[in-house]
Ligand binder design. Sequence first.
Ligand code: ADP
Length: 386
Amino acid sequence: MILASRLKWPSRSEFALPPRPVQRRGEPGVNRMYGTSWPVQPGAATPGGMRIAHLSVRYGARTVLDNLSLDIGAGEQLAVLGKSGCGKTTLLRFIAGFVKADGLAGTLTVSGRDLTHMPPHKRNMGLLFQSYALFPHLTVSENVAFGLRARRMSSGEITRRVTDALKLVQMGDSGGHLPAQLSGGMQQRVALARALVIEPDVLLLDEPLSALDANLRASVRSEFKALHERLPKLTVIYVTHDRDDALVLADRVLLMRDGRIAQLGTPQQLYDTPADGFVARYLGAANLLPPHVVFPSGDPRHGVCDKVACVRPERLTIRPHGRGRLHGTVTSVEWHGAALSLAVMLDAARGEPVLVTLQRGRDPAPDRGMRVSLDCEADDAVLVTP
Ligand code: ADP
């Protein structure tokens, strides 16, 4: 493999981003990429590409993963997203080789090799889990070198790899520090260097940002993104319950629900064409309305009964009363800095108010209690299963 070159400080040409999977709205597989169907990006045949087939994990009577199948492309960044308890970590642990359950079925293939029964230390995967505890009495360099010493590498090779790994995470000057002398974010980067120093084919990250406060989280997230731009051949699987992490970092998002795939696709696909109401809401604020309210009577979607129309708040345009198709009353106005969030109770759908996001402009925003009208283009609403 190209492992030795992988951690070298990248040349200019290596800064190029790997191509993102291209798929247009409405193409086969976009809305059907849930359940156990195969996603678009074939992964198993290429170096580092991975295929998980018919994976089920049961602990006693409890089914934690239920017949999951997916391909992960070489060099892809996949975010595994979902609520606590939906099986994300179990999926990651299966890939790493740590799941031991009587009710385990399914296979894992990487670069065409069946790794299903291979012990974890032979899989060449870097791991960074929630608790990234560093040895407090060892320096940064010694912490990073720890796994290499266990592998009985020569000291010259260890020095080279540790230097490269620390440079990669922008910690090249901190090798002699003790962990206690570093901030939380810096310790996190050292733990990342420790995962990268073995020059893995696949990097597995389990909620790596969850211990950081909001500001630090955003900056470490950006660093992760920059890191992958420097290591475009590294496949990264990133478990998180935070949709922003997933949207910012991932080429594709695997949204899980109760041990199954709710939807798999690019962040934009999940946001713009959610498979159902669960996906729509998980990815952000969503108005789910009866189709006859949203689509005009000439539209074939107008009379659909078994689905709802999903409209994102920023897709709705607010107009003076009488100048749009949907009429209602403003029930709240919230200011979020650059944007305003309005709730409007529609005359035609008096359940939940509809949310509308407005960028702040020069025109005065409507006040609470005002009568307004709303409009959206035909393309701005999609039909989804409730
Ligand atoms: P997530 O990472 O999405 O929060 P997990 O994969 O950690 O979820 O866990 C999914 C479910 O499987 C949880 O209900 C958890 O209690 C259960 N589970 C995980 N590991 C074991 C185990 N070794 N034995 C029994 N139940 C387990």
